[in-house]
Design a protein. Structure first.
Length: 131
């Protein structure tokens, strides 16, 4: 298990950070969408997320494990294992947090299954790992 306090981020551009663990995350804003790119070596996971109602107390970004399933082209045939998906989501959440962007993870019914609390990123339910 990774210890979040050991992860060091470096800002390498506007809304673009690099982790000491070897991945990068960049965020592109095009209201009302947020486009996120997760880069690990020569592999990329890309997805977009409609902004949540921050004024209502929801986080700005919701990570949906159901949609983080494979790498982008030319590696699109490589599916992410459940453990790799979990790692990508945790890495994304840590990078977003470093950039000041609130996030959580939700299942297909919009139930919160992971978010930050005083212990760092916490999974409330890991049933999705077996789906």
């Amino acid at each position: 298990m990774r210890h979040w306090s050991l992860n060091v981020f470096e800002k390498i551009g506007p809304n673009h950070v690099r982790s000491s663990w070897g991945f990068e995350v960049s965020v592109r804003w095009n209201t009302p969408q947020i486009y996120v790119e997760y880069l690990e070596g020569d592999r990329i996971v890309r997805f977009d997320n409609t902004m949540n109602a921050v004024s209502l107390g929801y986080p700005l970004f919701t990570l949906r494990p159901k949609y983080i399933t494979h790498w982008a082209a030319p590696f699109e045939r490589e599916l992410l294992s459940p453990e790799k998906r979990k790692q990508v989501i945790e890495n994304l959440a840590a990078a977003l947090d470093f950039m000041g962007i609130t996030s959580d993870a939700r299942d297909e019914r919009a139930n919160v299954i992971g978010n930050f609390d005083s212990q760092g990123w916490v999974w409330k339910d890991e049933k999705w790992l077996n789906q």
